[in-house]
Design a binder for this molecule. Structure first.
Ligand SMILES: [Zn+2]
Length: 226
């Protein structure tokens, strides 16, 4: 079955949609260097998303490293849980790589990832000694969890995370397109009202904190749009 791949193109502020097989190269990744299957990793989701800026950064890292770098885990939907505070995986902007490398190779890859400068975060070895975690999260974060504030008019992968979470909890007016329009705003206001939050239709720190704690680990539901 084909995987739907949604890519936020940071260059022109548009969402792109692709229908690809597991062995196909991720959009914007150097030919053959990162497959859909690698990016989806352990997620069962038939719908994944990322940023073009992550792919651009991956291409630079891969080119300068000069040989293949395995990626076993990049995307996981928020309701699949299981990755602690590393919520950037939900936004499709993080990768876990180099699992079969030696410690020395992983140290060298972390140094290179820092040097090329385009990753926003390179996790230090003491936190994930057996893989290299990097991410190209968007900034500024709305709160400690790393999510950015999104509101009507926003277009990015965090809107997809929001829409996915709202749909998972039964607030189904949001669709799943990465574009924060009236339907997303109304679904969010309904959610905020139901939880006693300020119903401003803006996903800031408090809303993200509620949403992520509620939806994490719930698994697929009838209302989750695939
Ligand atoms: Zn990770």
């Amino acid at each position: 079955m084909a995987t739907k791949v949604l890519v936020y193109n940071d260059d022109n502020n548009e969402m792109e949609a692709y229908y690809l097989e597991e062995s196909d190269t991720m959009p914007h990744a150097t030919e053959g260097s990162l497959t859909v299957g690698e990016f989806r990793g352990s997620s069962n989701s038939p719908t994944i998303w990322t940023n073009k800026s992550l792919m651009d950064c991956w291409n630079t890292l891969r080119e300068q490293w000069g040989s293949p770098i395995e990626v076993r885990y990049a995307f996981k939907r928020i309701w699949e849980g299981g990755h602690g505070a590393q919520s950037q995986h939900y936004a499709g902007t993080a990768m876990d790589m180099a699992q079969s490398f030696t410690n020395e190779q992983r140290d060298a890859l972390r140094i290179l990832a820092e040097q090329i400068g385009c990753f926003v975060y390179v996790e230090p070895a003491y936190l994930t000694p057996t893989w290299v975690h990097v991410d190209r999260r968007m900034t500024p974060s709305a709160c400690a969890a790393g999510y950015i504030m999104v509101a009507e008019g926003s277009i990015n992968t965090y809107v997809l995370v929001l829409q996915d979470a709202l749909n998972t909890l039964g607030f189904t007016g949001a669709g799943l397109d990465g574009v924060f329009g009236v339907g997303t705003k109304n679904a969010l206001i309904d959610y905020q009202e139901s939880r006693g939050l300020i119903p401003d239709g803006i996903a800031g720190c408090q809303t993200w904190t509620y949403l992520t704690s509620e939806v994490k680990g719930t698994g697929s539901t009838d209302t989750t749009i695939l």
